[in-house]
Design a binder for this molecule. Structure first.
Ligand code: GLN
Length: 203
């Protein structure tokens, strides 16, 4: 089977880490800054970074609408952290003008894990991945609520000192769109990227 071409939204965020993970899996991975670059992609990763900057840059570079359309038309997409926010239909604690691409019938809460546990690491069980996954959370959102079509892929257990964090949803999938609150692109475990590549190959 020929390697799929998967784009990484490259206007902001930890693009290099995602490109490296995808290259390690034999994928033709390319940075996407322009609509022409998006056109040749069979799937798209939206990295971790800052969602409020991402949507503004996507607008400024005329990429927002093409992205929204491709996702609505069924292109597989995978968002991590800020990327999860970009793929959420609804955001709590966003900026007043914050826009998202949508695709996941979820409400995410930005910077949800609070000051005490701004950044932390945890081991999570992930549906479809055999071994527990080492998850790095950096000013991460959590999924506050999810619609009936959304499959929960992972929850966090006992996240730091905040009792409200325990059991929160941190990974989801709806059809061909998936997202994690944490950063599988940080570290050497490629299993979650592999499950996204499998999703692209199934299309
Ligand atoms: N807090 C960031 C945001 O709102 C996300 C952080 C991250 O991607 N590590 O977009």
């Amino acid at each position: 089977m020929t390697a799929p071409t998967i784009g990484v939204f490259a206007l902001q965020g930890d693009v290099r880490e995602h490109l490296a993970a995808l290259h390690a899996l034999g994928v033709d991975a390319v940075g996407v800054r322009r609509p022409e670059e998006l056109e040749r992609c069979q799937g798209l990763v939206i990295p971790g970074g800052e969602s409020t900057t991402m949507f503004k840059l996507a607008r400024a570079f005329d990429l927002f609408e093409p992205l929204q359309k491709r996702i609505a038309d069924g292109m597989p997409a995978f968002g991590t952290c800020a990327g999860m926010i970009m793929l959420a239909d609804r955001v709590e604690d966003g900026t007043a003008d914050q826009e998202t691409l949508g695709g996941l019938d979820i409400t995410v809460r930005r910077n949800a894990f609070g000051r005490q546990v701004d950044s932390f690491e945890a081991t999570v069980d992930f549906v479809g991945v055999e071994a527990p996954v080492h998850a790095v959370f950096i000013r991460a959102p959590w999924v506050e609520s999810a619609g009936p079509a959304v499959e929960v892929l992972a929850r966090v257990r006992g996240a730091g000192a905040d009792p409200r964090a325990d059991g929160r949803i941190v990974a989801v999938r709806q059809g061909q769109v998936m997202a994690t609150s944490f950063h599988p692109e940080v570290g050497s475990d490629l299993s979650i990227h592999q499950s996204f590549v499998d999703l692209v190959l199934q299309q």
